[in-house]
Design a protein around this ligand. Sequence first.
Ligand code: FAD
Length: 275
Amino acid sequence: MKPAPFDYLRAESREDVLAQLHEHGDQARIIAGGQSLVPMLSMRLAKPALLVDVMHVESLARIEATAAGIRIGAGVRQAALLEWTARDPRLPLLARALPWVGHAQTRNRGTVVGSIAHADPSAEQPLCLLTLGGTLQLRQRRKARSIPAAEFFVGMMATARGDTELIESVTFPAAQPGVGYAFREVGRRHGDFAIVACAAVATEHSVRLGVGGVADVPTVRELPLPGASDFDDALNQYAWDLDARDDLHATARYRRELVRRLGRETIEEALRCRN
Ligand SMILES: Cc1cc2nc3c(=O)[nH]c(=O)nc-3n(C[C@H](O)[C@H](O)[C@H](O)COP(=O)(O)OP(=O)(O)OC[C@H]3O[C@@H](n4cnc5c(N)ncnc54)[C@H](O)[C@@H]3O)c2cc1C
């Protein structure tokens, strides 16, 4: 199918983007890498009157270290962040997760922020942001706010973003000494969305497990350490609480079993990889 007609604006500055969003509200849609939006336009699942392209705004294309962590601007492509993680050890979870995001071709165009804005429950980058306890920086013409990832994902591909807000950047907390990070995923083929994806952050005393692909939103839970008498029960309870459903790709029972097995493996790997 062909998209419905729309206007296109190549923004040259952040102020351009904010002015367009202010003027057009929900009739405008930001386009970043287009890897999710273009198929949605083609299927007429989205019919915006105006696309505002943010990929030529230089100030949005930066990766910066701040006191809160590593801040990734709205124009940073997934391939650029993956390349950055090869040089800089401060985002080990992203270094492990990004190779699972689509293919080199889609990562060359798709942005980190675009994936988080799209909020697919099977997507790797929202899961990493949530599991690490990251934040989003949102801006509209006269206001800016920062919100935790835990408050951003509110339902199946639904977020707390307002129609006139640009997600200017997202901040992933940087790796801490003595903490281990691991990511594992099962999909039908490499490059497909996850049937179940697990991200773990582990210290000597605590473990946090994020799960994507099962519930309508990525989820995260603190669990006892493996080896504790209540670990298996807690992980099993988590798998049930995610309320998995049967679909074309997998049964609910298979997904629960993956949460238990892959979840345990991911946690054990995170504990082994403590820096
Ligand atoms: C063949 C293929 C395989 C893929 N496999 C995977 C996979 O395995 N895992 C995975 O996670 N993804 C996968 N994807 C999706 C890919 O990662 C997309 O790049 C990503 O979901 C969207 O990023 P984008 O920059 O292309 O955003 P776009 O498609 O441009 O935008 C997506 C949505 O986010 C909004 N948006 C974008 N930027 C902003 C912003 N700064 N502020 C507010 N709203 C914004 C847009 O308006 C739109 O609604 C795949 C895509 C393809 C085509």
